[in-house]
Write a protein that binds this ligand. Structure first.
Ligand code: R5P
Length: 296
């Protein structure tokens, strides 16, 4: 089996190829002078069964086009069964129409993926589980939560789990039960005009405790940084954050560096544009490749 990747998921594709003892396909990715994406699959022989890995991240629009063109090139070169691994499905945050006149962007992107006719889709921690229902093709929706739970079971220094909002209750309860730890709840209020979120209180004792915050993604870092600051101001001893997708928005690493976060665990669903070495945060990148490889 050959594994191909676009510009965002080259390391993950290589990890998967190692685990699966598969061949890494050769694709030349470049641009025409007018900035249109140019794709060239260089392998002379294309296996019947291939895998394409591409997170819709970095520049999500470019990543989507690359993905669609790679899919087309592989089909035209003889691939008969394509598994599309989209570890981060960009636009999945836009899963609702908040105001009349807005598109349902997550559905539009789902339609684009389906137009490229993959035989199977694998993705990780969609912002909203119900997005699976936007697809009519077979989809495997994986969660990084068991991966994080295994890590904390081995090095369990956490003393409580923070439920960042009521919507996260199901997931937080699962983790709390698996690690046999208490949950503390944050109460937030959102300004309906500006969309700004403010933490107003915490239910549960956080004083002197090592707290764990889990979330699906970091974009601006605002949610995580504000939550960590609030918990420390209420007496938390340390803050560990376990986040599936880091979108690597420009300037966010620097903001995290100066935050109250002590430890940050993220997965490699998205490739960082450049390595960033944190001095104040103990940061670990967890490979999602073993989890994905079990579903190939
Ligand atoms: C909220 O629903 C999400 O799960 C994240 O907590 C949040 O949106 C992350 O965004 P940011 O890093 O910009 O605060």
């Amino acid at each position: 089996m050959q594994i191909f990747s676009g510009s965002n998921s080259q390391q993950l594709a290589s990890d998967l190829a190692n685990i699966y003892k598969a061949t890494l396909g050769q694709i030349e990715l470049s641009e025409f002078a007018n900035h249109e994406a140019r794709i060239w699959v260089k392998d002379e022989k294309i296996d019947k069964k291939v895998v394409v890995v591409q997170s819709f991240a970095g520049d999500p629009n470019k990543a989507i086009i690359e993905f669609l063109l790679i899919m087309d090139a592989l089909k035209r070169s003889g691939a008969k069964h394509i598994t599309a691994i989209i570890p981060w499905m960009g636009y999945c945050i836009q899963d609702k129409i908040f105001r009349q006149g807005e598109p349902l962007s997550a559905k539009v992107v789902t339609n684009l993926i389906e137009c490229s006719k993959p035989d199977k889709i694998i993705t990780v921690d969609l912002h909203n589980e119900t997005i699976q229902g936007f697809f009519s093709l077979p989809i495997v929706h994986l969660s990084a939560t068991p991966v994080f739970i295994d890590i904390f079971k081995k090095h369990n220094q956490i003393e409580c789990i923070v439920a960042p909002d009521r919507g996260s209750l199901k997931k937080t309860t699962l983790i709390a039960e698996a690690l046999d730890l208490p949950i503390v709840f944050l109460n937030k209020k959102r300004d309906l005009v500006t969309g700004q979120v403010q933490i107003v209180s915490v239910d549960g004792d956080i004083t002197g405790k090592k707290a764990l915050i889990m979330d699906d993604f970091i974009s601006t870092g605002g949610t995580l940084i504000q939550t960590a600051e609030y918990l420390k101001s209420k007496g938390a001893k340390s803050i560990t954050a376990a986040i599936t997708h880091h979108l690597y928005v420009e300037g966010v690493e620097e903001k995290l560096e100066h935050s109250q976060i002590d430890q940050l665990l993220i997965t490699n669903t998205i490739e960082p544009p450049k390595p960033y070495k944190h001095k104040n945060i103990d940061q670990e990148i967890i490979s999602i490749a073993p989890l994905i490889s079990r579903h190939l």
